[in-house]
Design a protein around this ligand. Structure first.
Ligand SMILES: [Zn+2]
Length: 183
């Protein structure tokens, strides 16, 4: 059995409370509880994100809470245990923008990886053409604002919007190339 933890390197075992040692496990030194015979991994938390492509523009949200208020990002959030990545991305898209898509219509455009001191995350990034969505963009949930970003805004170098660096505007620009023409 192995456990996975977020955050800083643990000092004490969360199962039995004993001080943790260290042991090589699969060629990597990992915190290890001798009493529980249990190594501890630091696995990233999975996120799913999705944008909608309408011609030469893509929908993004301005984050309204957490540590990055004011940053612009792909709509998205954590995947629940009972969801596939496209299901989670479609749910988050609807919650944050009001745009409704069928999970099967979402196409993977890339992935992202964030490694902070207190957390690490991976994201599955999707896009869907506007014609395959219902609804009108309106901010909801933890999105303060939602609006369309043009190809020109997304191409700005350096990016105007720091949060776009995580997954990179390149994926969104490539999605505009791929889905941007009206069907
Ligand atoms: Zn233990």
């Amino acid at each position: 059995m192995v456990w996975s933890l977020q955050g800083e390197r643990p000092t004490y075992c969360p199962r039995c409370g004993e001080k943790l040692g260290e042991r090589d496990h699969e060629n990597t030194a990992r915190p290890y509880c001798a009493d529980c015979a249990c190594p501890f991994y630091r696995n990233p938390a999975p996120l799913a994100r999705a944008t909608v492509i309408d011609g030469d523009r893509a929908v993004l949200i301005e984050r309204g809470r957490a540590g990055d208020v004011g940053a612009w990002a792909l709509p998205g959030g954590y995947i629940d245990g009972n969801e596939s990545p496209p299901e989670a991305a479609a749910r988050e898209l609807a919650e944050e923008t009001g745009l409704v898509a069928t999970p099967d219509d979402l196409e993977l455009i890339g992935c992202g990886h964030l490694d902070f001191d207190d957390a690490c995350e991976v994201s599955f990034n999707f896009a869907v053409p506007r014609v395959r969505t219902d609804g009108t963009p309106a901010a909801g949930d933890d999105a303060a604002t939602t609006r369309w970003f043009s190809r020109e805004e997304l191409s700005a170098d350096p990016p105007d919007h720091p949060s776009l660096r995580a997954s990179g505007p390149d994926q969104i620009l490539a999605a505009i190339e791929r889905f941007g023409e009206p069907e």
